[in-house]
Design a protein around this ligand. Structure first.
Ligand code: ADP
Ligand code: GLC
Length: 488
């Protein structure tokens, strides 16, 4: 009896953990294929750019293709291909130093790189060529966010390149609809796509070219990273001008909640932590708490509840709301600790606010995975006041580390956090709906009310630890979606 042919999946993403990361996309693009590839019916490869950040990590990489020339209108036509063996699957890196050997992935704190259109179009085109060079003929290409969206435009609209991908199906996942890759009209030709695509039914968007639309229009199916967000983006409030396009495709639009990697994020083994713990024995958590307080020069024996935040500093994440709430919040006996990087303006505002509460407001402007883990472990509460949140992973990490989330009820936050109810002892956190300081503060007050108050506090912690967001379970949902799409 012949062996059953495996389904071949190519995942295309602009960041993949552990090679390069600015946010949750990298976590998802690293963990999803790892858990999917445990399924013997699937064979997965992933593709991403070879950034300076990858080089700095000094990971074992093998050169696969030395120099391949791309049919590309720009001056840079050559890329090399490197391979990284991740757990269960291979990551292929597109190397072109002119485009990717830079200090940041997408731009500096002052703004995006000016040639991002070319950088990521090149990435999409080279990814397709890489699949050919590897003779990996995918049954399905799974592209993520605008940086990968042109993959589908090239597959469908580039004369000559189609044969290899003739039978290839596609899924496009939107991790964040607000980032669309919008560029001037001329860009279409600069990236080698037919000028005819400049019309509202294709890639035109209010006089410009919108890369994300290629993912939304030319894929067999679209998914988003939580069920609530898949509904929200069909409304003008969250649709960022594309709600109409999404409504048109709503039969092919799916909402699958992200998971997190329970191996990589485990308070019982995490090498970044000074002590380990589990829901049965929390002694190690208080060691982490002490160390966290010490890291911000707060007294280690402080009994004041610690509220942590780890976040990109971006409008999405609700820092304006937080800043407007700070005076009221600090009337409570709390310590607030924030780790973040991103927009200069938000950095400056936070640094300014910190001056007012030097003994109780800890702020570190950095991207620091180790410190992030200490915050998940050492805080009592974790605050996420997002304006919108497609999924959000940080509430899942904090729950995994026994830290109680206080979140705005939007997107994936709403799908993963349930309000704690004293009467039934159910729920794993606290939520607020109105984007108003009074609502945020009221949620914090509800949370603080139960702090170390038994039997509530212990039950709340048990509920947090028992929330299950493991990819083991969630990856199956993706497999089922792939199978469904292949039958369309
Ligand atoms: P988003 O992708 O919108 O930034 P997520 O909640 O999905 O939000 O994922 C954020 C990821 O990035 C988490 O893994 C979080 O720990 C990490 N992260 C964000 N900011 C920092 C930082 N300054 N230092 C370390 N890790 C960070
Ligand atoms: C995006 C979203 C975030 C989500 C992440 C991973 O960056 O902002 O909510 O968790 O992608 O899907």
């Amino acid at each position: 009896m012949g062996k059953k042919k495996k389904l071949k999946i190519s995942l295309v993403a602009s960041e993949i953990s552990p090679l390069a990361k600015t946010g949750g996309l990298a976590d998802v693009a690293g963990a999803l294929p790892k858990y999917l590839s445990r399924d013997k019916e699937l064979e997965i490869i992933a593709l991403m750019p070879f950034y300076k950040e990858v080089k700095k990590k000094n990971l074992p990489l093998s050169p696969i293709v030395e120099k391949s020339e791309l049919n590309w209108p720009g001056k840079e036509k050559i890329f090399s291909l490197f391979e990284y063996q991740a757990e269960g699957f291979k990551i292929y890196l597109i190397k072109n130093d002119y485009y990717y050997n830079r200090d940041y992935l997408y731009g500096t704190p002052q703004g995006d790189y000016e040639d991002n259109a070319q950088r990521f179009a090149f990435f999409c085109l080279a990814s397709l060529q890489a699949m050919k060079l590897l003779n990996f003929q995918p049954d399905l290409i799974h592209g993520h966010d605008w940086q990968a969206a042109l993959t589908f435009a090239y597959c469908r609209h580039l004369p000559g390149s189609d044969d290899f991908f003739k039978k290839t199906s596609s899924l496009f996942t939107v991790h964040n609809l607000a980032y669309q890759g919008i560029f001037p009209k001329e860009t279409l030709e600069e990236v080698g796509l037919p000028a005819a695509l400049f019309n509202p039914e294709d890639l035109e968007f209010y006089g410009k070219v919108n890369f994300l639309k290629a993912g939304l229009l030319y894929s067999e199916a679209i998914s988003t990273v939580s069920p609530t967000y898949s509904q929200e983006i069909q409304t003008p409030e969250f649709g960022y001008g594309l709600d109409g396009v999404l409504r048109k495709r709503k039969e092919r639009l799916f909402g699958l909640l992200n998971g997190i990697d329970y191996q990589e994020w485990n308070p019982q083994t995490d090498p970044a932590l000074p002590a380990h713990y589990s829901k049965e024995n929390l002694t190690g958590k208080s060691v982490c708490r002490k160390e966290l307080l010490a890291a911000f020069n707060f007294p280690g024996n402080s009994r004041q509840p610690v509220i942590g935040m780890v976040s990109r500093l971006a409008g999405q994440k609700g820092f304006d709301l937080l800043l407007d709430s700070l005076d009221e919040l600090f009337k409570r006996k709390i310590n607030l600790i924030i780790l973040g990087t991103g927009e200069q303006k938000i950095q400056d505002q936070l640094l300014e606010a910190k001056k007012k509460y030097p003994d109780r407001f800890g702020l570190k402007i950095a991207f620091d995975d180790r410190l992030a883990r200490l915050i998940y472990a050492g805080s009592d509460y974790f605050l996420i006041p997002s304006r919108y949140e497609p999924c959000g992973l940080t509430q899942m990490y904090s729950l995994r580390y026994g830290t109680i989330p206080i979140v705005r009820s939007t997107g994936g936050l709403r799908d993963s956090v349930q309000e704690f109810q004293a009467a039934t002892l159910t729920g794993n956190g606290f939520l607020f709906t109105d984007y108003q300081p009074s609502s945020l503060v009221a949620a914090v007050d509800r949370a603080l009310y139960f702090y170390q108050q038994e039997p509530f506090w212990s039950k709340l912690l048990v509920n947090a630890f028992q929330s299950d967001f493991s990819w083991e379970r969630r990856a199956t949902e993706y497999k089922n979606l792939y199978l469904k799409i292949l039958n369309f």
